[in-house]
Structure formats: C-alpha cells, structure tokens
Design a protein around this ligand. Sequence first.
Ligand SMILES: NC(=O)c1ccc[n+]([C@@H]2O[C@H](COP(=O)([O-])OP(=O)(O)OC[C@H]3O[C@@H](n4cnc5c(N)ncnc54)[C@H](OP(=O)(O)O)[C@@H]3O)[C@@H](O)[C@H]2O)c1
Length: 328
Amino acid sequence: MQGAYMNAWKCERYGPPEVLVQCEMPRPEPREDEILIKVEARPVTVADCRIRGFRVPPSYRLLARIALGFTKPRKAVLGNYFAGTVAATGRKVSRFAVGDRVFGGTDRAFGTYAEYVCLRDSCPMQKIPGDLDFDEAAASPWGAGTALFFLQRAEIQPGMNILINGASGSIGLASVQLAKYFGLHVTGVCSGKNRDLVLSVGADVIIDYNRDNFTEEEDTYDLVLDTVGNHSPGELCRCIRPGGTLLPVIATPAVRREALRHTRAKTIRFLGGDTSVNQKLLDVIAERLERKELRPIIDSRYSFDQMPEAHARVDTGRKTGDVIVLGP
Ligand SMILES: NC(=O)c1ccc[n+]([C@@H]2O[C@H](COP(=O)([O-])OP(=O)(O)OC[C@H]3O[C@@H](n4cnc5c(N)ncnc54)[C@H](OP(=O)(O)O)[C@@H]3O)[C@@H](O)[C@H]2O)c1
C-alpha cells in the first residue's frame, strides 16, 4: 500500500457547501496501535455543516477559531462517524481483524470524508451488527449516541412522561425509539408531514408545531428533550413539572445562563452538555441494533461525488434522520 493515493473531500475555507473540494491525497498507513478503515458510508451531520460554514454563536467565535482553525478548519477532511471494512491493522491491534465490518466514531479526529481513515485503536468502534448495511450502520452513532447520552444522564424511570422537541430529526427519531425502549410515555413535536414517521418509531402522542404550541401547557412533562432551540428556557420550563428535567441538546452559553434562573425557581434539573459517541454508548447502540430495538432512519443517500449536495440537504434543516454519503 506504500505510496498509494485515495479520494477525499477537503474543506479549504469556511463557507457554503461549494467550498468543499474533491481531491486525491496519500492513503494513510496504520501505526502499531492504529486501524485503517475503508470507509463505505458516513453521515453528513449538522456539526459537520456548522464547522464548514463556521456557524457558531457570536460569543463563541474566538474560542471556535482557536479550536477549529482561524480561516479554515485545521482538519481539512471532515467527518466524525463512519461504517466500513478494516483494511489493515497495526501490530498491537487485537480488537479487530482485516475484513471486519465496523462502525463508530473518530473521537473528533475527523477524516471520514475520505476513502480510507486511520484511527487509533482506542476510538469508539464496534462490529456492524447482524445483517445491517453500511449506510444503516453509519446512520446510528450521531443520533442514537447523542440521544442515549442525554437519556442516561437524566436517570429516567419507566412510566415517566417525556416531550421530544424536533422528534423528526436524527437526534429526535433516536430519542423517541430509546425513550420508548426505556418505558417512557413519549410526546413527539414535529410538523404534520412527519407525523406518521414519528408515530412509526413509537411516539404515543404527536404535537404538530404548526398547530399547537406545547410551551403553553403547564407542569405537564417529567422531561423535555429539546433538539431545536426555538423556545426560550422560560417557555420550556413552564411545561415541565416541578422536580422534572430539561435536556437541552442544543443550548448556547447564553441560553444556559438564562435557563439556570428558571430551573432554580422551579427545582428543575438542567442537564446540558456536548457529546461525541464513546465506546460505552456505541456498545449499547450495537446491542439495540442487533436486537432490532433501534432502527436507523435514513433521510437520503448520496454518492461520494455528491458531497456538496449532501451538505446542502443538511443545511435545509428539514432532514428526517441521517444524510448518508456512500463510497467511493
Ligand atoms: N449537545 C450535543 O452534544 C449534540 C450532539 C449532537 C447534535 N446536537 C445538536 O442537536 C441538534 C439537532 O440535530 P439533528 O441532527 O437531530 O437535526 P436535524 O436532523 O437536522 O433536524 C431536522 C428536523 O428538525 C425538524 N424541525 C425543524 N424545525 C422544527 C420545529 N420548530 N419544531 C420541531 N421540529 C422542527 C425538521 O422537521 P420539519 O421539516 O418538519 O420542520 C427536521 O425533521 C443540532 O443543532 C445539533 O447541533 C447536539
């Protein structure tokens, strides 16, 4: 494999989907503790698109430039999740063998927008369960990993009443399924066009956000998981019972500060945070997928050459589940 080249998409400056450039670059070689994966499918996530477009809250801009890169992403090949085949392993790797079908995350090392990615053995990775296709496996870690992270933190009990705002997105659809699996009563907030989809993954009640405003309800839910961020913390807290929990999957620092005033006043727990899938979360996801207790939902599939089109689809904010780029 010495001296071989591979196909990749690079982001050489911040901007619209068209800033992505397809190129050839040297194929990486695994070091002794690394695994080389031939990537068959990867999701284009909202996070990828935020990085590409440098869409960050104004108060975060300087920190974000330091963390991501000043005029362009420091890691030019984006992509934090993948499904593929092990192509080579370093001498110290025993977890996986050449030919294994695997899926997982890069632990923010990025690089899955390429034909091959070389990852440390410690990165979250699992064998693809059963007969799942690469696209379905690639559609699992982002939504289900985030949903599981928040639900586990909330110490949920069967019979609790959860409202999921943005139930038709990647995080929302996984949250509905996992909350049902844990025995919760689920109210999903979505538009009328996505009603059947959200019901099909297990929601008990649907609120069409074009017709009803759930934040006008008072003291109704034990938990509110918000993936949209279109309501103020005060509005969200109004519909949570005293002693309940707010799970703001999307929350800027300003929102966090404002939320604290409302949550304190009503003894509501505020469990925010940022996550990227880890091994423990991925192990649970793989088990749920194996037992068909979790269904990956794919919004759309694109060929490798169509990376900018896939980004444009995610940028609409209308996807239902994951946008997957296959190949090359
Ligand atoms: N904290 C963390 O660690 C973490 C991790 C991962 C993701 N996130 C964040 O979570 C958010 C959601 O990600 P995602 O991938 O699930 O998003 P997504 O799939 O792009 O969400 C799109 C969905 O949201 C629905 N939607 C739009 N406006 C809505 C509204 N007003 N009310 C209810 N639903 C609405 C859309 O349905 P319609 O077309 O019908 O409107 C669409 O189905 C992102 O902002 C992401 O950055 C945070």
